[in-house]
Design a protein around this ligand. Structure first.
Ligand code: LLP
Length: 436
């Protein structure tokens, strides 16, 4: 019924020409909650979390899956992470606050970031996160000061820059030699020496993350090999065993019909094989493996609904559909040239007409959400559903043109739960002070 079902949530279906998700009529939801509206299919999110646990569980290794919360975070999702037994990666004090309020065990939280503030590190230390992932030597020096005198040493991982250029958009490739992230490999001895001289810190392991929306398993395996080599160097030179290696997240997801779904079982098997053979070659015991998927946990579960507001017609052809959202709720097409797929939720079985561009409502020529959408001829009032919008949309949303950010509903078993309300005008004005 649904074209390219693999890019839509697993519960997606068409009933009487309407898109249903989690057993809910999306047209009715748009009428009830307004648009733009973000939907998250609970079965797809939980399914993705379980698929990671199962795939890596079957490797026989000690593995921890940490959801990378920058992809999408709110209290309800953090609760789901806790219920499913995953850990969480955070990159800010406020993401850490959400983890705490959701009741996630702090031992299963890692704090990342290349420019953590003292206040963020204090919070991580006080609340007892499992690991702080140290990005650079300046941060390490500050962390040493902040942690001084603690009775229990704080666990840390060192983030290394593995000098691997991932095949993805330049903005989201993070492992190359020119990247802003991580310690150059040559700085590893200095970092280890600094750590050995700091009794309030304990070096647990090494981390690298080479980028996002990756499909080449070779690059991800090569990253893990670099980490094992570095662990062998630390073992040899400092007699210190790295108990944990974290080759980051980054697995890609299909956004369009022609992109395939990556095979999680193959990903897990390839990483496990790489770890086993590299550790054997260096005579190292097997460390715990930590994975940090973000996009591949939430992207597919998300669908964004927009109302078609108007059309631009030129030479008798519809050139643009104007919708009531765009780059403020989904910056990805403007920032990375990202492609999406869409359908009309109220005419989900109608055949497509000529390709049309879908323009956002924001005052920028670059605010075009879809360039060549294969949609049935649409008129104002129709409802556009954009697939695969669970990751890096709401978490990167802005209030450009002073528009409130959309609501988010969690869908399952025929019911919808509001897990993040729509922003109100008063929320937007709340920080302003009138002239004295
Ligand atoms: N671990 C670290 C250290 C990361 O920096 C990231 C993502 C992840 C894990 C999760 O990567 P994922 O599995 O989601 O690919 N805004 C961009 C993506 C930025 C990714 C940032 N780091 C986008 O919309 O494509």
């Amino acid at each position: 019924m649904l074209n390219a079902a693999h890019i839509w949530p697993i519960s997606a279906e068409v009933r009487s020409g309407r898109l249903y998700l989690g057993g809910c009529d999306t047209v009715a939801l748009a009428d009830a909650y307004g648009t733009p509206l973000y939907l998250l299919d609970e079965a797809t999110v939980r399914g993705a979390m379980r698929a990671y646990q199962t795939a890596f569980g079957s490797t026989g290794l000690q593995v921890r899956i940490h959801y990378a919360s920058k992809a999408l975070l709110n209290l309800a999702l953090a609760q789901i992470v806790a219920q499913e037994g995953l850990g969480l990666d955070v990159v800010s004090g406020t993401e850490l606050l959400v983890a705490r309020r959701a009741g996630l065990p702090m031992a299963h939280v890692h704090m990342h970031g290349n420019a953590k503030s003292d206040a963020e590190m204090e919070r991580a230390l006080t609340w007892g996160v499992g690991s702080l992932v140290v990005d650079n030597l300046d941060e390490l020096a500050r962390l040493a000061q902040l942690s001084a005198g603690r009775s229990q040493p704080q666990g840390v991982l060192l983030r290394l820059a593995p000098e691997i250029e991932a095949a993805t958009h330049a903005h989201i490739a993070t492992g190359g030699s020119g990247s802003k992230f991580g310690l150059p490999l040559a700085a590893l001895p200095a970092a280890v020496q600094q750590l050995l001289a700091t009794p309030s810190l304990r070096l647990d392991g090494l981390h690298a993350h080479i980028g996002s929306q990756l499909f080449a398993l070779d690059e991800l395996c090569a990253t893990l090999e670099v980490l094992v080599q570095a662990a062998a160097q630390v073992q040899r030179d400092y007699k210190l065993t790295m108990r944990e290696l974290s080759p980051g997240g980054g697995l890609g997801v299909p956004y369009t019909a022609t992109q395939p779904l990556p095979d999680l079982t193959e990903y897990a098997a390839r990483l496990a094989q790489t770890l086993r053979s590299a550790c054997a070659a260096h005579g190292l015991p097997l460390p715990r493996l930590t994975l940090e998927p973000g996009r591949s946990i939430v992207a597919r579960a998300g669908v964004a609904l927009y109302r078609v507001v108007a059309r631009k017609v030129q030479h008798g052809q519809v050139q643009y559909l104007h919708i009531d959202g765009g780059m403020a709720d989904n910056l990805r097409p403007a920032l990375y040239g990202a492609n999406y797929s869409a359908l009309l939720a109220n005419q989900a079985s109608a055949p497509p007409g000529p390709p049309v561009a879908v323009a956002g409502r924001y005052c920028e020529a670059g605010d075009v959400l879809l360039r060549d959408a294969a949609l049935p001829p649409a008129v104002p009032g129709d409802l556009l559903a954009v697939a695969t919008t669970g990751a890096y949309t709401l978490s990167m949303a802005s209030n450009y043109n002073l528009t409130p950010r959309p609501a988010l509903l969690l869908l399952g078993n025929g019911s919808a739960q509001l897990i993040q309300r729509r922003e109100r005008e008063e929320d937007l004005l709340a920080r302003d002070h009138v002239l004295g």
